[in-house]
Design a binder for this molecule. Structure first.
Ligand SMILES: Cc1cc2nc3c(=O)[nH]c(=O)nc-3n(C[C@H](O)[C@H](O)[C@H](O)COP(=O)(O)O)c2cc1C
Length: 350
């Protein structure tokens, strides 16, 4: 009831203002009122890359850009969080309006362009409030440096000791030319340079790459071979898409930017399956794109994801969506005769 009223109000205001209010709400003690049970489900426990995940549902990058709520989201049922995307220098992002809710499609189009407070002030914030759960840090370049790798290295240097894992975001469609980093020669240079710093620092922090759903099969094959050869720790599949917009119903469907939510669901599952067929269980995949209930979570894991992330369904289903997904997913796993989530990873590809 509380959330229904809240949602009614939030839907009336500009999406970015609604987001600010949502951050304040999640920070406040009010947020736990609506959580009737934050039950732990044994069949959702997994250890991946030496991290113990109580459940697979993580908060996707972009929601907590400035590291304000990473410790508050566990009470909402999330198993882990990812802050960012963070750039070396603070930046304002693109001109407003730049976030559009496509209600009829249960989708969002955004062209934010990495607005964030910059790595130095965000580092201080995380240092002052150590993560009380698994918290990944997602890094990217400032707009002016999108075609070179220097900013990734600055951010990696800045955060490697504070993060449970580092995500290298090469897939936002809203920073011009960023997606060029998918090119073979560029990604090889990026991987080698980041791994070199990790070695010099004697760090074991896992390195994830966040990938676009808009790449071709040839690119998927080539990238898979590179990730296997270079021993990359994990992938996040996928970021938002700039395709798949023609069948949308909303008047905002022509807006430029990345599309997330329901229309991304099958599309990201396709990319996950293609990568999983190449990588098997050698490189874990965090699946993202349109997850909004237990069934869509189950399907993503069967496509090859070991873990999940969501953003858009927080907007449409409300702050308790992770809690709901865990409950439903645990039931589905049990009803289908499996003992643990790990038994269903990639089943659709076998
Ligand atoms: C408003 C908005 C902002 C986002 N910002 C980022 C970002 O800064 N970095 C990033 O890697 N992904 C960002 N994403 C992409 C999400 O992390 C996620 O990959 C994508 O939205 C698919 O998941 P969903 O369908 O559950 O939203 C953003 C998504 C939205 C909707």
């Amino acid at each position: 009831m509380l959330y229904k009223l809240f949602k009614y109000y939030l839907n009336k205001v500009d999406p970015e203002i609604a987001h600010k209010i949502a951050i304040k709400f999640i920070k406040s003690p009010l947020a736990s009122i609506g959580v009737s049970s934050n039950k732990k489900y044994k069949n959702l426990n997994q250890t991946i890359l030496n991290m113990k995940f109580e459940n697979p549902v993580g908060l996707a990058a972009g929601f907590d850009k400035n590291a304000e709520i990473y410790n508050n989201i566990h009470k909402l049922g999330f198993g882990f969080s990812e802050v960012g995307t963070i750039t070396p220098e603070p930046q304002d992002g693109n001109l407003k309006p730049r976030v559009f809710r496509l209600y009829e499609d249960k989708a969002i189009i955004n062209r934010l362009g990495f607005p964030n407070h910059g790595m130095k002030s965000i580092r201080k914030r995380i240092q002052n409030k150590k993560p009380n759960g698994i918290c990944g840090i997602n890094i990217g370049p400032n707009k002016k440096n999108a075609t070179i790798i220097d900013d990734y290295l600055l951010c990696f240097n800045n955060f490697f000791d504070l993060a449970a894992y580092i995500t290298i975001n090469i897939s936002s469609p809203n920073t011009p030319n960023l997606r060029e980093q998918h090119e073979e020669s560029k990604i090889i240079k990026l991987i080698d340079s980041v791994k070199k710093i990790r070695e010099e620092k004697n760090s074991k922090v896992p390195i994830f790459f966040k990938i676009s759903p808009d790449i071709s099969d040839v690119e998927i094959n080539n990238l898979s071979a590179i990730f296997l050869e270079k021993n990359i720790d994990g992938l996040i599949l996928t970021n938002t898409t700039i395709k798949n917009k023609s069948k949308l119903l909303s008047k905002y469907k022509e807006e430029s930017g990345g599309l997330s939510g329901l229309p991304l669901n099958d599309y990201s599952n396709m990319a996950i399956k293609k990568f999983y067929k190449k990588l098997g269980d050698k490189i874990p995949i965090i699946g993202a794109g349109g997850i909004n209930n237990g069934k869509s979570a189950f399907d993503k894991i069967k496509s090859g994801a070991s873990l999940l992330q969501l953003y858009t369904s927080l907007v449409y289903e409300g702050p308790y969506v992770a809690n709901k997904i865990n409950k439903e997913l645990s039931n589905i796993i049990e009803k289908n005769g499996y003992r643990n989530i790990s038994e269903i990873i990639g089943l659709d590809c076998k």
